[in-house]
Design a protein around this ligand. Structure first.
Ligand code: AMP
Length: 390
């Protein structure tokens, strides 16, 4: 895969697909991580005197121009952190936009308006892809978070631009996630948590072929425990996934991989944090539900992480949004931070827990794409990456 640093960009209209799909509350950006993550690529483009055209989606405007999904707050924030004016175009395609792009001087930045104001973006429409390609001498994809989608701006336009390459963020994501999937230093320990087994069946399936040990926490664990006949009380269980959970447990056994489930839990009568929390062993009594892994499980999981040379983590160990149920998730944060292994964390909630802890800097790589990183770990070729390699 070609990367941006291999290209001559001076005076070229350099179209960079970024992932500026930031969280907004009342028009204010509540977390600018995705904007800062694009800065290395933007700085490189500016240093090389590129005429910079940025394109992103924001939210789900469903093919219609809607003021609440405008990238205007992003243009403002980017100009502050990039230290130069960022003009927001009135649209992402069309005559006026082409005129504004043509007028760009080397080093100047034009941010196109939300790509998803056009239904053709997600439909990967060819005419729309060509209209986007008309804005570009060079195409750079730095939007790893959207690389698992075959949309006009991530895949469709690529064949219509002469020179295409990955941005620095995309390159880094592929390098680190590639180290997990293709060349992990053993032992490789993966920790999976979160709410649903159904979202992660394919990841577990593929991870079982590459990990030495798989640790499962969060609500997902209850489906696995129930599949083994362990009482889980009122815990969240996906009844229609019990069979697949059983199959995955068998698969682990047959392939000689260790799949560890919680040996104790923090339980409560309510998931809302308004009732007492107590610690129980592996079986959960009726009337109570598992809200977090227990202290023995924390010790067990942390010991696995401590002897690993490669660690991947996705998904919280409990309902970590409630402080009283965040202990297990924070214990995983500490285990990763203290580890000397290559550590890769993906997924919004685990990243949020890391950010909360203030220790994110100690992790080798924090993936900016939750869904994309999971699909990468499923062993699938992501359309946005495949397009660059074609
Ligand atoms: P996911 O999007 O699948 O990674 O799931 C993340 C969500 O799982 C978070 O909002 C957590 O609150 C939730 N979660 C984790 N553990 C539990 C649990 N024991 N019971 C209910 N929800 C949980």
């Amino acid at each position: 895969m070609k990367t941006i640093d291999q290209l001559y960009l001076a005076n070229k209209r350099t179209f960079i697909r970024v992932d500026f799909n930031v969280p907004l509350k009342d028009g204010v950006i509540t977390d600018a991580t995705r904007i800062t993550a694009a800065l290395p690529t933007l700085k490189l483009a500016r240093d090389r005197k590129a005429r910079i055209v940025l394109a992103s989606h924001l939210g789900r405007p469903k093919g219609k121009a809607k003021a609440e999904f405008s990238l205007a707050p992003v243009a403002k924030k980017l100009s502050e952190i990039f230290g130069q004016a960022v003009t927001l175009a009135p649209d992402c395609v069309g005559d006026e936009v082409e005129r504004q792009v043509a007028a760009l001087q080397p080093g100047q930045v034009l941010l196109l308006e939300n790509l998803r104001f056009h239904a053709e973006e997600e439909a990967n429409d060819e005419a729309f892809s060509k209209a986007l390609a008309r804005l570009a001498d060079v195409y750079i994809n730095d939007a790893f978070g959207t690389a698992h989608r075959a949309h006009a701006s991530t895949a469709g336009m690529v064949p219509f631009v002469k020179e295409c390459a990955a941005g620095l963020l995309m390159q880094r994501e592929c390098e680190y996630l590639g180290k997990i999937v293709r060349s992990p230093q053993p032992p490789l320990v993966a920790i999976l948590g979160g709410a649903k087994v159904s979202d992660k069946v394919a990841v577990i399936d593929n991870l079982l072929s590459i990990v030495d040990t798989l640790l499962i926490g969060g609500a997902m664990a209850y489906t696995f425990l129930k599949a083994q006949g362990v009482a889980v009380g009122n815990s969240l269980v996906e009844a229609d996934r019990l069979d697949i959970a059983k199959q995955l447990l068998d698969q682990a056994k047959k392939s000689g991989k260790r799949l560890l489930l919680p040996v104790d839990h923090r339980v409560s009568s309510s998931p809302k944090g308004d009732a007492a929390v107590e610690v129980v062993g592996q079986s959960i009594p009726d009337g109570l539900l598992g809200v977090d892994i227990g202290p023995q499980t924390e010790t067990l999981f942390a010991a696995e992480v401590a002897q690993a040379r490669t660690v991947f983590w996705n998904g919280p160990m409990g309902i970590f949004e409630i402080a009283a149920f965040s202990h297990g998730t924070m214990a995983m944060v500490d285990a990763l931070v203290q580890s000397s292994a290559l550590t890769v964390v993906g997924g919004g909630d685990s990243v949020a827990a890391l950010t909360q802890s203030g220790k994110a800097g100690k992790i080798s790589h924090i993936s900016t794409g939750g869904g994309a990183s999971l699909e990468f770990l499923e062993g699938r070729k992501l359309p946005g990456i495949a397009a660059l390699e074609a």
